[in-house]
Design a protein around this ligand. Structure first.
Ligand SMILES: Nc1nc2c(ncn2[C@@H]2O[C@H](COP(=O)(O)OP(=O)(O)OP(=O)(O)O)[C@@H](O)[C@H]2O)c(=O)[nH]1
Ligand SMILES: [Mg+2]
Length: 317
């Protein structure tokens, strides 16, 4: 390993937050040296618990993350927070709001907070979040909390990489459980009904129970439902306990290992797809895809032969 890379890695692992910030930016932007850095960091990862929290815009994710982080700090555990904020209509304000709310933590080196809004960058949001999570993990953080708005496939992919997935629902807001994608329901290890100070929490609970009776899971775990009023700090202890219990269950009966293998298979597939696509793009002359598309649309060319040709050329090299 080049000596400057080695010293970067050493500083990062010793808790140097500048080295950490630089590493995260490098990895997020695929800046020069990103892959060498991840190769060097990967062997040091795998120790953090990664908790994904997802839910509709404004459901109270940041408020919950804030309380969880505070709780874990009291237990003297270090925390990394990734606020994934890809949905442009909310991002500016939400990130600003998060910043203000999190300000009290800024003085605490045991909490590192990073907002990401990288939709459209190379390889997509899930890839970038996964890599940033690996960097935080390798830096020795005990917990990595990932907040993401649960709306699209990208977000589902983001929380899929977590060890523990918390889905946050709220009463009312036309945000019935039915309208939440089945994909998100399936990946929930723990449900939180936040804003229980509003009316309708029982209805949300009934709807979750009804869906659970369809038995979507294969590991025998029935996701508990935790009711919170995050803005008042109510129910945080229960949420921490639910996370601990799920974690304990995960550690028994090879569940953690199975899940890890499943996650890596998905991640590996995505990495391969990105890398191959990137390679194909590099081999095609600029704007070739647009020109091919025009030819295909005019039926001057068929896409099946074209794809075979492009992939064939990749194989030759
Ligand atoms: N009444 C009530 N308000 C809450 C509760 N939890 C959070 N809020 C408020 O709801 C608003 C949104 O909370 P956030 O924590 O920013 O929600 P979020 O899900 O992170 O929002 P985005 O990141 O913008 O999607 C804030 O004004 C919170 O103070 C709750 O339990 N009850
Ligand atoms: Mg938020």
């Amino acid at each position: 390993m080049p000596p400057d890379l080695q010293s970067w890695v050493d500083r990062l692992r010793a808790g140097d937050s500048l080295a950490l910030a630089r590493a995260i930016s490098t990895v997020e932007n695929h800046a020069p040296g990103w892959s060498g850095l991840l190769k060097a960091l990967f062997p040091h990862s795998g120790h953090a618990r990664v908790i994904g929290l997802t839910g509709a815009p404004g459901a109270g994710k940041s408020t919950l993350v804030d309380h969880l982080a505070g709780h874990y700090r009291k237990e003297n555990r270090t925390v990394g927070i990734i606020a994934v904020d890809p949905t442009s209509p909310y991002s500016g304000g939400a990130i600003l709001g998060d910043r203000i709310r999190m300000q009290e933590h800024f003085a605490d080196p045991g909490i590192y907070i990073r907002s990401m809004a990288t939709r459209g960058s190379l390889g997509g949001l899930a890839r970038a979040t996964a890599d940033v999570s690996t960097v935080l993990d390798a830096s020795g953080r005990d917990l990595v909390l990932i907040e993401t708005v649960g709306v699209g496939q990208d977000e589902v992919d983001v929380v899929r990489l977590a060890d523990i997935t918390v889905v946050i629902l709220v009463p009312g807001m036309g945000d019935d459980v039915q309208s939440i994608k089945a994909g998100i329901m399936e990946i929930a290890d723990i449900f939180v009904i936040n804003k229980c100070d509003h009316e309708g929490a029982e209805r949300v609970e009934r709807e979750i129970r009804a869906l659970q009776s369809l038995d979507l899971r294969h590991d025998g775990w029935t996701p508990p439902i935790v009711k919170t009023v995050a803005s008042e700090g109510q129910g945080i202890g229960e949420l921490v306990a639910a996370i601990r219990e799920f974690d304990a269950n995960l550690q028994t009966g090879n569940h953690a290992n199975k899940r890890s293998i499943q996650n890596w298979e998905a991640r590996l597939t995505a990495m391969l797809r990105d890398a191959l696509l990137e390679k194909a793009r590099q081999q095609l002359p600029g704007a070739a895809l647009t020109r091919y598309a025009a030819e295909i649309a005019a039926r001057q060319r068929d896409p099946y032969t074209l794809v075979e040709e492009i992939v064939g050329k990749l194989e030759e090299k």
